[in-house]
Design a protein around this ligand. Structure first.
Ligand code: ADP
Length: 483
């Protein structure tokens, strides 16, 4: 129980309150008893008309010489006066000192001020002024010993004051404890709920969320927890979707292979090269799918090793065009390249950039009808009509004259395994991963990627890469990825 945070906080709260009240009470008590004694002594002095007597003495003599006689007179006056055992509130003799207008002691007290010394600041504060013709001519100091005995009534008054202070201390302590419990519970209850939600999350319930309540810090922790839980839930959903997608994508070629092999075994199909070639094509698709998946998961996990250097984008484009030239000629498609003069080098991994560009180019060639054109344009991003105009970026656009993409499909084209026409895309050898891979590769470089399209008028896929601040240091080497 004592290890619970709210109990510790409440106890600490009560302890601090009680300690502060106790120290205030102790100070007040000490001060009150000293001030009370001074007050009593001064009232006794006033009772005895000592001030007017001293004033009269000064008026008569114009100085304080032989003032002892006044004090001697007073002492001689017995019970009402200052002598021992008087009927006043204080028992015992009063200790008096007199100083002149400058504070110099002219009648020393028995316990302190030596003759001709000056009164301390404390004495001056408590001294009773002796005023003649409106000007202070001296100061009477009434000294009180701390242990001076008080009369029964005075002692009772002080005892009552003490008792009241002690009661106040206990009441404040109790209030401190109650307040401490309320505040501590208010603080720890949201933490308890957060811990509860965390336990459920750890047990596999990813829908658990903690209520965002309590002090800002605790509410902030709950919010952070909820964000973490949401991303865990999303990651789990993505993982499940990916597994389902992969299973689905693998099943199709495997079913084709299995079916064809069965037909061959059952002599439904003759054992001819054409039939075996169909099966072989499906195995090619399978291995491409596996390769693409590996690439994509590595890129998504941020584990792609990028050898970034200042590379000439025009050279990468020329290399890609060379790679796809034969395919373009075969389809009667014209490939145009349009690079801005003095295009600055980009800071990129040449092979990965070429891979992203080749994915876009292979799609453009796949979807562009015979006899049409595909253009590759490279320019500084702020000069290109691209959605990320930034002077520190180079924008590369692959513009085709194919059927384009429906507006409703545009937000999905970069999703893995998404295809506008699943059957047709598969038949054309697409894995549905090309654009997802291109997107991850571009993002890994700190660039952006997008598409604009008007159905029937073709599509424009673009991506940006950061400008390098050094001259070209690397040329694209690897053109071995096959499309
Ligand atoms: P796939 O291997 O199926 O081509 P991608 O990820 O490369 O996979 O493309 C996803 C889908 O986006 C394609 O199936 C197609 O529907 C659409 N797409 C991609 N490029 C183009 C383009 N240039 N013109 C029209 N549609 C395209």
């Amino acid at each position: 129980m004592i290890r619970r945070l709210w109990v510790q906080l409440a106890l600490a709260f009560a302890l601090v309150t009680m300690l502060s009240v106790a120290s205030v009470a102790w100070l007040a008590n000490t001060r009150a008893s000293a001030d009370f004694r001074t007050f009593l002594a001064q009232s006794q002095v006033q009772q005895f008309d000592l001030i007017p007597r001293l004033a009269a003495y000064y008026t008569a003599h114009h100085d304080w010489e032989n003032v002892e006689t006044v004090f001697a007179d007073i002492r001689g006056m017995g019970p009402r006066g200052m002598g021992p055992g008087g009927p006043g509130m204080m028992r015992g003799p009063l200790d008096l000192a007199l100083a002149d207008a400058a504070g110099r002691v002219v009648y020393p007290s028995a316990s302190g001020n030596a003759p001709a010394s000056y009164l301390s600041r404390d004495d001056m504060r408590q001294a009773l002024p002796i005023v003649v013709d409106g000007a202070p001519v001296g100061y009477l100091v009434v000294r009180v010993q701390r242990d001076t005995a008080l009369s029964t009534a005075a002692q009772r008054f002080l005892d009552q004051l003490n008792q009241t202070l002690i009661q106040a201390g206990f009441i404040a302590g109790a209030l401190g404890l109650i307040l401490g419990i309320i505040i501590a519970r208010g603080l720890t209850a949201p933490l308890d709920r957060l811990a509860h939600a965390a336990h459920h999350l750890a047990a596999g319930d990813l829908t658990q969320r903690a209520p965002v309540a309590g002090p800002v810090e605790v509410a902030g922790a709950a919010e952070a927890f909820n964000t973490m839980a949401a991303s865990l839930e999303e990651a789990e959903q993505t993982r499940r979707r990916l597994l389902a997608d992969i299973a689905h994508e693998l099943r199709t070629p495997l079913t084709v292979i299995q079916g064809n092999l069965r037909a061959l075994l059952d002599d439904v199909f003759p054992l001819e090269k054409d039939e075996i070639a169909t099966i072989y094509d499906e195995t090619l698709l399978l291995s491409r799918l596996v390769a693409d998946l590996r690439e994509l998961t590595l890129a998504e996990a941020g584990q792609l090793r990028l050898n970034r250097a200042a590379v000439d984008m025009a050279a990468i484009i020329a290399q890609s065009v060379a790679l796809f030239n034969a395919q373009a000629i075969e389809k009667g498609i014209t490939l145009h390249t349009d690079c801005e003069p003095h295009l600055p080098p980009v800071l990129a991994d040449a092979d990965r950039v070429a891979q992203a560009l080749n994915n876009l180019l292979s799609n453009a060639l796949r979807y562009t009808p015979e006899g049409k054109t595909v253009r590759i344009v490279a320019a500084r991003a702020h000069r290109a009509p691209c959605a990320a105009p930034d002077a520190d970026m180079v924008c590369i656009r692959v513009i085709d004259t194919g059927p384009g993409i429906a507006p409703a499909d545009l937000p999905h084209v970069f999703e893995r395994f998404w295809r506008a026409d699943r059957g047709r895309a598969r038949a054309q050898g697409g894995t549905g991963l090309g654009l997802a891979i291109a997107r991850q590769l571009v993002l890994a470089h700190g660039g952006a990627i997008g598409v604009e399209s008007e159905p029937g008028k073709g599509a424009c896929f673009w991506f940006t890469l950061p400008v390098a601040d050094t001259p070209v240091t690397s040329q694209p080497l690897d053109a071995s990825y096959s499309w």
